[in-house]
Design a protein around this ligand. Structure first.
Ligand SMILES: Nc1ncnc2c1ncn2[C@@H]1O[C@H](COP(=O)(O)OP(=O)(O)OP(=O)(O)O)[C@@H](O)[C@H]1O
Ligand SMILES: [Mg+2]
Length: 311
C-alpha cells in the first residue's frame, strides 16, 4: 500500500510572541479524511496553530505545509481550500445572517445562484433557515456560533479548521452541529477540531493530539492513548478524614491525585484489586465510597500534565 501523503504536515513549528513560545517545536501530520482533535487547556497554543495553518501569521521556525505547499501568510489560493471557524465570532453584527453569508461567500469567489444555493444549504445545516433575515446582533450567542460555522462552509473547503466551535451552544444544537460535521467528514472533508471538552474529542475525533504550553505531549487514537497508560483502572473516592487514613498506603502502590475534592487512585499495572479492598476493609471503609472505572481521555490528560482540563 502506498502511504497517503499528509494533507497538513508540521515539522518543528515554532511561533513566538515576544519572549513567549506559543508553539515550541510542534510536529504532526494529518492525513486526508481525518477528524483530528487538538485537545489542550487555555493558552496551550491551539488557536495559534490553527492561525498558522490558515496562513494568517508567519511561522518563526520549522515548516508547515497544506497539501504539500508551504503555507504563506496571505496566500489566497490556499485560503480558498480551507475554512476557518474562528474561536472569536467574526460576523457583521448590524447585517442579517443571509447578508453576512453573502459577503463571506463572495470573499471565497462564489457568485449568483450557486452562492444562493450554498447559503440555503448551510443555513439549513445549522438550523437557522427561519432566522435568515434577522440581524446578527439579535441572535443569541449560540446562534451566532452556528452562523460562524456556516460561514466557513460556504465554499465547501477540503480542510475545515474548527476552533472551539461549540462554546456556549446548547446541547441540542451542539448535537446537530456534531451530526453535520460528521456527515461532512464522511463526505471526505478533513477536519481539525480544537476543544477543551473530552466528550467532544471522544465522540468526534479519529485521532487526537494533546497540546500543552506549545508542545504536543501525545498523539494517537483515543484507545491507543488509553492503552499506553501504566494502569488499567481508576478508583475514585471522596476526600474525608476517614479516607485520609489510607492515602499513605495507596501512594506506595500507585498514583494519587485529587480533583474537585475527589481522590483518584491509579494502581500500578499488576497490582491486585483484591489487595486494595483488603486495605479498605482493614480501615473499615465501606465499599460504596469507592467507584472503579476504566481510564478515559481525561485520565490520559491527567497523567501527562498532572492537571485536569478545565472548561
Ligand atoms: N496575538 C498574540 N499576542 C501575544 N501573545 C499571544 C497572541 N496570541 C496568543 N498569544 C499567547 O500564546 C499562547 C497560546 O495562545 P493560544 O490562543 O494559541 O492558546 P489556546 O490553546 O487557543 O487557548 P484557549 O483554549 O484559551 O483558546 C498564550 O500564552 C497566549 O497568551
Ligand atoms: Mg484558542
Amino acid at each position: 500500500m502506498i502511504p497517503q501523503s499528509p494533507l497538513v504536515s508540521a515539522k518543528g513549528v515554532v511561533k513566538r510572541f515576544g519572549s513567549l513560545a506559543a508553539l515550541d517545536g510542534v510536529s504532526l501530520d494529518i492525513a486526508p479524511g481525518e477528524f483530528f482533535g487538538l485537545l489542550g487547556p487555555n493558552g496551550a497554543g491551539k488557536s495559534t496553530f490553527m492561525s498558522l495553518i490558515a496562513g494568517l501569521r508567519p511561522l518563526d521556525g520549522g515548516t508547515l505545509t497544506v497539501d504539500g505547499a508551504g503555507v504563506a501568510a496571505g496566500s489566497a489560493k490556499a485560503r480558498r481550500s480551507l475554512g476557518l471557524v474562528p474561536q472569536h465570532i467574526a460576523l457583521y453584527e448590524d447585517l442579517s445572517a443571509e447578508r453576512n453569508l453573502r459577503i463571506f461567500g463572495e470573499l471565497y469567489g462564489l457568485r449568483g445562484s450557486g452562492l444562493g444555493r450554498r447559503i440555503d444549504h448551510v443555513l439549513d445545516a445549522v438550523q437557522l433557515a427561519d432566522r435568515r433575515k434577522d440581524l446578527v446582533k439579535e441572535f443569541s450567542g449560540g446562534m451566532q456560533r452556528r452562523l460562524n460555522l456556516a460561514a466557513a462552509l460556504l465554499h465547501e473547503p477540503r480542510l475545515l479548521l474548527c476552533d472551539e466551535p461549540t462554546v456556549g451552544v446548547d446541547p441540542q444544537s451542539r448535537n446537530a452541529i456534531f451530526d453535520f460535521l460528521q456527515e461532512l467528514n464522511r463526505g471526505g472533508m478533513t477536519i481539525i477540531y480544537s476543544t477543551h471538552y473530552m466528550e467532544e474529542a471522544t465522540r468526534l475525533c479519529s485521532r487526537i493530539g494533546i497540546i500543552d504550553r506549545g508542545k504536543i505531549l501525545a498523539l494517537g487514537t483515543i484507545d491507543s492513548l488509553i492503552e499506553q497508560l501504566p494502569f488499567e483502572e481508576e478508583i475514585r473516592f471522596p476526600s474525608s478524614p476517614a479516607t485520609a487514613a489510607i492515602l499513605g498506603d495507596l501512594a506506595a502502590i500507585g498514583e494519587l491525585a485529587i480533583v474537585d475534592g475527589v481522590h483518584r487512585f491509579r494502581p500500578r499495572q499488576g497490582y491486585p484489586m483484591s489487595a486494595f479492598y483488603t486495605l479498605t476493609e482493614a480501615h473499615a471503609l465501606p465499599p460504596r465510597l469507592f467507584t472503579s472505572q476504566r481510564p478515559t481521555l481525561e485520565s490520559v490528560f491527567l497523567q501527562l500534565t498532572g492537571r485536569v482540563l478545565r472548561e
